[in-house]
Design a protein around this ligand. Sequence first.
Ligand SMILES: [Zn+2]
Length: 176
Amino acid sequence: MLTGIRRIYRCPYCMGGRGIIAVDRDVALAPRPPGRQGEEIDLVRDLDQKIIVFEPDGAASGPCRHMVDFYVDGMVQRMENGVVVEKTFDFSTNWNHPWQIANDPDKDLSIFLWENLDHGRYSDFRPTTPYSFRRVERVWQSRRTRQRIPVVGWFIASLDATRFFAELAAAARQCQ
Ligand SMILES: [Zn+2]
């Protein structure tokens, strides 16, 4: 059965099993009016969105304080005889930290971050603040309903998000 909320990410810096980001599969599978087969969700402004769930008990309306930046893309596919025949819905979500909204309106630093993080010694940005960069892939499917939900997410978190952003801004300035 493709019902219920499933975790896709857990913050490595949160204690007590907190810092969880999940997908509500019932919302992803809900029937949509014609012409609404795709949805771009702004997790900062669109507070009524229900596909991405923060904490499984719904106790939070946003990610934990360690989250720096993340994207989640997913879709709903219809299958016949084990083969995908149609995409019935897709969604893409992005979330921006309050620091980014205040200091990076043109997203220059955000682009610099995604282009440079995790490229090891070839990177122009090597933060000293502990951070974690993870790509997560999940596929849920039901033979009975012949539906499939592939989801992919990219998550950057840091032990100290504010310090991380200060280091990011300094590194970007050095590269100019
Ligand atoms: Zn956390």
